[in-house]
Design a protein around this ligand. Structure first.
Ligand code: MN
Length: 462
C-alpha cells in the first residue's frame, strides 16, 4: 500500500507537474458544480466517508440537486462495486438529514423519466454506448466473455445512463473522477478520458480533474509514534494571498483546539514566494486522523485544492527527539511568564482578553494591584482613567497605548509605559499580533480605574 502510494505521488509530482502549469495558464477550469462532482465522485469511489461528507455539503451549497448526486452515487456501483455505492448513498442520506435539521432546504431536482418502453435495456444501452464512444464497441474480450458485454450495455449504459435526470457530460466527469481515484484501472481511465471529450469536456478541464483527485489522494501513511512531516506546496500565484489566509487559519485553529496537533507551522520560501513549507507534528497517528476529519481541516482542504499547483508530503523520522522536546519546552516557557488567567469582562475590554491577578490590593494595604493582561490580536481595553496612575511592563507581542487627543504609541516586548493620573487612555494588542503586559495600578480611595466608552473600530489604529 505504501509502495503504491509512493508511485502515485511520484507520477503526480513529475509527469503531472507540467500538465498542471498548462491547465492553469489556459484558465479553462471546471466550474464550481463540476468541481463538486469531481470531489464527491473521487471520495465516494475511494470510500473516504468523512471527506465525502464535506464534499456533499459543498456540492449541495454549490447547487447540485439531491437527485443529481443520487445518480452519481448509483452510477458508482458499476465502477467501484455495490459496497462503495451503498456507503456513499448512506452518507448522502445522513448529510441531508443533518441539513434538514439545520433548516436548509435542498433542491431535490428532477425525477428521471421512465425508460423508453419501445426498446429493451440492451438496445437502449447499445445506443447510448455507441453514441458517447463514437462507434459501436467491439473487441476480443467481449467475444471471449459476452456476458460482461451484455451487463455493460444493459446495466451501465441502459439502466443507469438511461436515467435522464443527469446529463451525459456530468456522468462522464464523474466516471473519470471514479477511475482516477482508484488503483489498477488505468486502461479504463484512459478510455473514459477520451469519451469524456466526446461529451464536450476539454483536456485542460480533465487535467484539472486529475490534479485535484491526485491531491486528494495524497494522504500520508503512519510512520512511528509521533508524526513529523514537511509539506512542500506550490501555490498558483493568483491564489497566493487567499491560500495564505486559509493556511494560517487552519494552523491556528488546529494548534489551539486539538491537543494532538503539536505543530502546524507554515513558512513562505523567500526566494520563491509561491512555495509554502509547513512543518507538521502530531503526537500520534490517532491525533493525525482526528485532525484530518476535523471540520476546520476539511474546510481548508476543500477550499484550497484548486489553488495548489503541486503538493509533496515529506514524511520524516526525527533524528533527535530529546532535543526536539527541549525545543518545545523552551518555546512553551518563553510563551508567557505567568499563566494566561481568566477571560476578562466585556464591560472593560473589546475582543478576547485574559487577566491573571498577580498581587491583590489587600496583600499590600490597598496601595496597588498587579496583574498580567493578555490581549489577542485587535483586543483592547475601553477608554479609561486611573485616579493614581498606572505602569505597564510589556512582556510579549505588539500593541498600542494611546492617550485621548494624542497619536497612538506602538508597543513591543520590553517597553514600559508610565500613565499619569486622570489621563484618559486605552491599551491593547496590534491588529495582527497578540500582546501581553503586566499592569501595576495605583489605588486611591479604594478605586484603581474608571471605565469609559469602548474604543471604536474607527479610533483603533490601522
Ligand atoms: Mn490603563
Amino acid at each position: 500500500m505504501i509502495k503504491l502510494f509512493t508511485i502515485v505521488c511520484t507520477v503526480l509530482f513529475t509527469f503531472g507537474y507540467f500538465a498542471m502549469i498548462h491547465s492553469a495558464e489556459k484558465q479553462t477550469l471546471l466550474n464550481k458544480k463540476q468541481l463538486s462532482v469531481v470531489s464527491i465522485s473521487a471520495y465516494a469511489a475511494a470510500g473516504a466517508i468523512p471527506e465525502l461528507e464535506n464534499a456533499l455539503n459543498t456540492g449541495l451549497n454549490a447547487g447540485l440537486t439531491v437527485n443529481e448526486i443520487k445518480q452519481i452515487l448509483v452510477q458508482l456501483y458499476a465502477y467501484a462495486g455495490f459496497p462503495r455505492s451503498l456507503n456513499a448513498l448512506n452518507c448522502l442520506m445522513s448529510v441531508l438529514k443533518e441539513r434538514q435539521a439545520k433548516g436548509i432546504k435542498d433542491d431535490l431536482g428532477k425525477e428521471a423519466n421512465p425508460l423508453p418502453k419501445n426498446k429493451s435495456l440492451l438496445e437502449l444501452g447499445t445506443e447510448v454506448q455507441t453514441k458517447i464512444v463514437g462507434a459501436p464497441v467491439k473487441g476480443e474480450l467481449f467475444d471471449f466473455a459476452p456476458d460482461i458485454d451484455i451487463y455493460l450495455k444493459e446495466h451501465l449504459f441502459g439502466a443507469v445512463f438511461g436515467r435522464d435526470n443527469l446529463d451525459i457530460q456530468t456522468r462522464e466527469l464523474a466516471t473519470v473522477a471514479f477511475l482516477t481515484a482508484m488503483d489498477g484501472v488505468e486502461p479504463q481511465r484512459k478510455t473514459h478520458w477520451k469519451v469524456a471529450q466526446n461529451t464536450g469536456l476539454t483536456e485542460p478541464q480533465l487535467e484539472e480533474l486529475t490534479r485535484i483527485v491526485k491531491l486528494q489522494r495524497a494522504l500520508p501513511h503512519p510512520n512511528g509514534q509521533m508524526l513529523f512531516r514537511i509539506a512542500e506546496i506550490v501555490v498558483y500565484p493568483q491564489y497566493l494571498n487567499e491560500y495564505i489566509k486559509f493556511v494560517k487559519e487552519v494552523g491556528d485553529k488546529s494548534v489551539n483546539t486539538e491537543s494532538g496537533v503539536v505543530c502546524i507551522y507554515p513558512m513562505q520560501v523567500k526566494r520563491n514566494k509561491n512555495q509554502i513549507r509547513i512543518i507538521e507534528i502530531y503526537t500520534d497517528m490517532q491525533a493525525y486522523n482526528r485532525h484530518i476529519q476535523s471540520a476546520h481541516f476539511q474546510k481548508y482542504k476543500q477550499e484550497t485544492l484548486r489553488m495548489i499547483k503541486s503538493l509533496d508530503l515529506v514524511d520524516t523520522d526525527a533524528l533527535n527527539l530529546q532535543t526536539m522536546n527541549r525545543v518545545f519546552r523552551k518555546v512553551q516557557n518563553n510563551e508567557t511568564v505567568y499563566p494566561k488567567g481568566q477571560i476578562g469582562s466585556s464591560d472593560w475590554f473589546n475582543g478576547t482578553v485574559y487577566v491573571q491577578p498577580l498581587v491583590n490590593p489587600p496583600e499590600i494595604e490597598n496601595l496597588y494591584s498587579i496583574g498580567q493582561v493578555s490581549f489577542e490580536a485587535k483586543a483592547r481595553t475601553r477608554w479609561h482613567t486611573h485616579p493614581a496612575g498606572q505602569i505597564l511592563l510589556c512582556t510579549d507581542g505588539n500593541g498600542w497605548y494611546q492617550e485621548r487627543g494624542k497619536a497612538a504609541r506602538p508597543l513591543a516586548k520590553g517597553d514600559t509605559v508610565v500613565i499619569p493620573k486622570d489621563v484618559e487612555h486605552w491599551h491593547g494588542a496590534a491588529k495582527d499580533n497578540g500582546f501581553i503586559h503586566i499592569a501595576i495600578t495605583n489605588i486611591r480611595n479604594g478605586s484603581g480605574v474608571t471605565w469609559l466608552k469602548p474604543v471604536s473600530d474607527e479610533e483603533y489604529p490601522e
